[in-house]
Design a protein around this ligand. Sequence first.
Ligand SMILES: Cc1cc2nc3c(=O)[nH]c(=O)nc-3n(C[C@H](O)[C@H](O)[C@H](O)COP(=O)(O)OP(=O)(O)OC[C@H]3O[C@@H](n4cnc5c(N)ncnc54)[C@H](O)[C@@H]3O)c2cc1C
Length: 407
Amino acid sequence: MAKNALNGHKDWPKMWRSPEPREFYDIIIIGGGGHGLGTAYYLAKEHGLKNIAVIEKGWLGGGNTGRNTTIIRSNYLWDDSAHLYEHSLKLWENLSSDLNYNVMFSQRGVMNLAHNEHDIKEIKRRISANNLNGIDSLWLSKEEIQKKVPIMNTDNLRYPVLGASYQPRGGVARHDAIAWGFAMRADEMGVDIIQNCEAHQIKTKNGKIEGVETSKGFIRSNKVGVVASGHTGVLAETAGIRLPLQSKPLQALVSEPIKPIINTVVMSSAVHAYVSQSDKGELVIGAGTDSYNSFTQRGGFDIIEETIRAMVELYPVFGKMKMLRQWGGIVDICPDASPIISKSDIEGLFFNCGWGTGGFKATPGSANVFAHTIAKNEPHQINAAFSLERFVSGKLVDEHGAAAVAH
Ligand SMILES: Cc1cc2nc3c(=O)[nH]c(=O)nc-3n(C[C@H](O)[C@H](O)[C@H](O)COP(=O)(O)OP(=O)(O)OC[C@H]3O[C@@H](n4cnc5c(N)ncnc54)[C@H](O)[C@@H]3O)c2cc1C
């Protein structure tokens, strides 16, 4: 370390190679976020497939993976979602050791506040459903909340705090570490990770994948997995497919760093603010989506204003703090607030998208079952319910309640 410091940090080994694209790959993954890189990792590790490229238009983790508030939990309502998110949570629990890279997963618990009778009924129903699925989820009274988060104002606000659900195994992780960890290990197994390579068009012929037209030329391939979050809908259209997705900005912001003040994650969908404290001491605060579609990675000022208002009402002690920075990411939202992990009508074309405001928690689980879907040409039993077919059959997986972010 001392040598590198004296050298101006020029000799550190590269974390992954920067290859030029080959003419042909068995599989191209479009999107170098956590889900795309994880898919390549599991394809190589669990399915022995190595002739894979991940193409990323910018830098790894520069999309929503590096822009999110990193809340991880699995307390979703329906069995299909509970199994998917719990599969992911179990992978998170062993991920640092699996990747031999610290993803800083901190299981400090996640609380979802109830502010009215409807919240109480909905949250208690979800707790029961979670428990039936073997997921740790419990009801906290107002007094128990106050013990855990003494700085919270529970009574003197427009929507008083009446109780909360609590998942002790939930928590937060380091956002870009998961992208870097997957990238390093996939690269070691021979996956080509190609940054600054934008997919312009998905090319098909006679109902089959031909390859991808990119900013670095045409790359042939037998299979293509599109994992481009808010831009997935745009890419699908280049292959003549209209996905049921809305792309909207979702914002977050962080405060100046302070000493430890909140040691769990607290979410409120009614007044709309969620908060945790980073290891650096910053409050990491999440907002809701803009009400209109957009591709600006910024978001409307009114949304941030509303979130800050809710924060200050819930935690008056934060009233004098300074906010350091604010940003947005483009999230892709399905009508039922559940993801798509699916084959398509075009042979060799697969989609992993629709994670909306809540896909960070699902990163390893989603990547794991998507790799299975691509390798075997059929879904893993965990993602069977999340196919495109559900928008034809009407068998939607409505998770608007558990999604916990207004959109
Ligand atoms: C502000 C905010 C807060 C959030 N908070 C949470 C949270 O607390 N918990 C949670 O679980 N989830 C949260 N989410 C959602 C979560 O971030 C996403 O669902 C998840 O990170 C999606 O990962 P991904 O790998 O699919 O997408 P991304 O990380 O966005 O990766 C997609 C990649 O595709 C690339 N790409 C796009 N188009 C092209 C192209 N044409 N060619 C090549 N590459 C392309 C992009 O540059 C990007 O790097 C939040 C999101 C935001 C924006």
